[in-house]
Design a protein around this ligand. Structure first.
Ligand code: SF4
Length: 247
């Protein structure tokens, strides 16, 4: 059973950025694939380099709500590895009822050279939210990840107001210092005000972790979609368990 919370605060005491509210349109969280070029041992969507399931354009279009405004969050696995990512973005932009595109990425294949990065972000259109994942595993693999974050922030500012960067910072409760070094690295990079810092929750590959936070959701005005096209309403754990058994 997933706990329903009216609101929550991040570990820095701030209200989360990009948080659900009564005013926010229905959000469709689309796991475009269970393939990832990283292998976080507690991945909440049971994704890894072994994943081989890729969402089709037809299943993607079928998950758009039949009425009302909505937002699309393209996630995974790693959505930037899906060969049709730009088609997913364009189909969302072509639907007048879609009011925002959100992309959750580990940044591995996001262009790093400033001009290419700016061009890639511009191509995604607006309104746009980039959510960059930050955790001990990703930072250890990529010492330049926070430099990328700073460059994305600068490029989005240059491109305009309807674009924002959020850092999804996740910490392990059972790590020495509970991964305090991860927060410190974000702070030292001058990015803490963009960070939603939370402890990892016990679902997905972390379902058996003792002492980790139980999963919770804030509101239920969203739909979860898996790479095989199956939809799971707001059932965070059911969605994750379905991801676990996908090829
Ligand atoms: S947490 Fe994100 S980056 Fe890590 S394996 Fe899962 S999808 Fe990939």
């Amino acid at each position: 059973m997933v706990e329903l919370r009216p609101q929550n605060r991040t570990l820095t005491g701030a209200l989360p950025r990009d948080r659900p509210s009564a005013a926010r349109a229905h959000r469709v969280y689309v796991a475009t694939t269970n393939h990832c070029n990283r292998a976080c041992p507690w991945c909440s969507t049971c994704s890894s380099p072994r994943g081989q399931t890729w969402l089709s354009l037809a299943d993607y279009l079928a998950c758009f709500p039949g009425a009302g405004l909505f937002e699309v969050q393209l996630e995974g696995g790693e959505p930037t590895l899906h060969p049709q990512l730009l088609e997913f973005v364009d189909l969302a932009r072509a639907e007048p009822r879609c009011v925002r595109v959100v992309i959750v990425t580990n940044g591995v294949v996001v262009p790093r050279a400033p001009e290419q990065l700016r061009g890639w972000l511009a191509r995604l259109g607006a309104p746009l939210t980039i959510k960059l994942s930050i955790n001990h595993h990703l930072l250890a693999q990529d010492r330049e990840l926070l430099t990328l974050a700073a460059d994305i922030r600068a490029a989005l500012r240059e491109l305009g107001d309807e674009r924002e960067l959020v850092l999804n910072v996740r910490l392990r409760r059972d790590a020495p210092g509970e991964d305090a070094w991860v927060i410190e690295a974000v702070r030292e990079a001058g990015l803490i005000e963009l960070a939603n810092v939370f402890h990892l929750q016990a679902y997905g590959f972390a379902a058996e972790r003792e002492g980790w936070d139980a999963p919770f959701v804030v509101g239920t005005n969203f739909t979860l979609v898996n790479p095989d096209g199956e939809t799971h309403g707001p059932d965070l754990v059911g969605r994750s368990e379905a991801m676990r058994v996908l090829p």
